[in-house]
Design a protein around this ligand. Structure first.
Ligand SMILES: Nc1c(NC[C@H](O)[C@H](O)[C@H](O)CO)[nH]c(=O)[nH]c1=O
Ligand SMILES: CC(=O)[C@@H](O)COP(=O)(O)O
Length: 134
């Protein structure tokens, strides 16, 4: 069975718990085992948590779930670029798929609800497809 670890951002805990619910459902449908669910303070901490998971021989891939909201400064945009770039680089470093289910950066509160489940599902589906095409 293919396996994944999921890293979750606590900065938007309630919404990310719903994302996790969707990710669990899609993983079950795609017969992917979830061997770890790791909560971190926010998106800045996701690359390190993902790398720790990818180093594990029992982890075939990973999923990152969270939200980068719109603030008054460019902090979110800078974070989004850095974090997503790091996650892509980790895929290539370990040759293991990483599904990125991070809303934003710069997302407004009204834009979040309709994206919660679709982004979580797409992240797991992407890893499932990358497993299948490996
Ligand atoms: N504003 C958001 C954050 N900020 C927190 C950072 O991710 C990080 O935990 C902090 O800078 C300490 O290192 N995180 C999100 O995931 N989403 C946000 O909108
Ligand atoms: C995405 C964020 O980090 C955000 O909460 C920061 O808000 P601000 O840009 O107003 O400092």
């Amino acid at each position: 069975m293919n396996t994944i670890g999921i890293v979750l951002g606590r900065f938007h805990r309630r919404e990310v718990e719903e994302m996790l619910d969707e990710a669990r459902a899609v993983a079950a449908r795609r017969q992917i085992g979830i061997v770890a669910e790791v909560w971190v303070p926010g998106s800045m901490e996701k690359p390190l948590a993902i790398k720790r998971l990818l180093q594990r021989p029992d982890v075939g891939g990973a999923v990152a779930l969270g939200i980068i909201e719109r603030g008054e400064t460019e902090h979110g945009n800078v974070m989004g670029h850095a974090v997503i770039g790091s996650l892509i680089n980790l895929q290539l470093e370990f040759m293991k798929p990483v599904g990125v289910g991070i809303l934003g950066p710069g997302i407004n509160p009204s834009q979040i609800p309709p994206r919660i489940r679709p982004y979580a599902a797409a992240a797991v589906e992407a890893v499932a497809e990358m497993f299948a095409t490996a």
